[in-house]
Write a protein that binds this ligand. Structure first.
Ligand code: KIV
Length: 269
């Protein structure tokens, strides 16, 4: 009998085949417990480098390391069995050259057992995307507002407000699609631009702050759960986890201080 664990996850070709079809559901997750919940409903789970800001209190995603992505990627893969797990390549791990990108992407895939990686950038990353996909590494691309470039963009700004900018985004979308990316995240862009990119490219577009016209949607889990006191303006908040945690911690603290903490719950069984 084989000792191998048989896991039937959603595959990269299955996600790619959803272009123009049933909308793709995705969320970020960074740890095993939340990933297990998300796994029931999502087609893919992104271990986004937003974890640097959401979990580690960084000001941007620029400081996120490969090791951090691998640690959280492993946790998410362990906690899930159905969704495709995609791990973000952090800033500095792929821009230098296609071979550096390959080495780091292969390291992420071997260590985490994820099914694909994501990297930011359009035309300038096309050669790297081709290099990776030709060597067996599925790549999800990410254009529009690309948070790793926050310092060159001068902040987190909605893209495409001026029609004159659109051609650059069309070129980016075409370049990554032709280079072999299996899906394309469109972040922070005006709806008509996202709609036109979605119409033009042959791969599914996944929107975040890019309207409902995309082939799928992604949100940062903590934002939509109400765990971020200042979520981005476009986020619909579906839960109130921040308040619930606050209430729970407050009740616990009061019980401990007032000596009303139930004594049976202090016994390790
Ligand atoms: O890092 C992240 O969470 C992302 C999503 C916002 C798409 O890249």
């Amino acid at each position: 009998m084989s000792a191998q664990k048989q896991v039937r996850r959603i595959t990269v070709p299955q996600i790619a085949a959803r272009k123009g079809g049933e909308p793709i559901v995705s969320l970020t997750s960074y740890h095993a417990h939340t990933a297990a919940i998300v796994d029931q409903y999502a087609d893919f789970i992104l271990v986004g480098d937003s974890l640097g800001m959401v979990m580690h209190g960084m000001e941007s995603t620029v400081g996120v390391s490969l090791e951090l992505m691998i640690m959280h990627g492993k946790a998410v893969v362990r906690g899930t069995e159905k969704a495709l797990v995609v791990v973000d390549m952090p800033f500095g791990s792929y821009e230098e050259s296609p071979s550096v990108a390959f080495r780091n992407a292969a390291h992420i895939m071997k260590e985490t057992q994820c099914g694909a990686v994501k990297l930011e950038g359009g035309k300038r990353m096309a050669e790297t995307i081709r290099f990776l996909t030709e060597r067996g590494i599925p790549v999800m691309a990410h254009i529009g507002l690309t948070p790793q470039s926050v310092h060159t963009m001068g902040g987190f700004k909605t893209q495409g407000r001026q029609e004159a900018e659109w051609e650059q985004h069309f070129e980016d979308a075409r370049a990554v699609s032709e280079a072999g990316a299996f899906a394309l995240v469109l972040e922070g862009m005006v709806e008509p631009l996202a709609a036109e990119i979605t119409r033009r490219v042959a791969i599914p577009t996944i929107g975040i702050g890019a309207s409902a016209v995309c082939d799928g949607q992604i949100l940062v889990l903590e934002d939509m759960l109400g765990f971020n006191p200042k979520p981005p303006k476009f986020v619909k908040v579906y839960g109130n986890l921040g308040e619930q945690i606050d209430q729970a911690v407050k009740s616990y603290a009061e019980e401990v201080k007032n000596r009303t903490f139930p004594s049976e719950s202090q016994i390790y069984r």
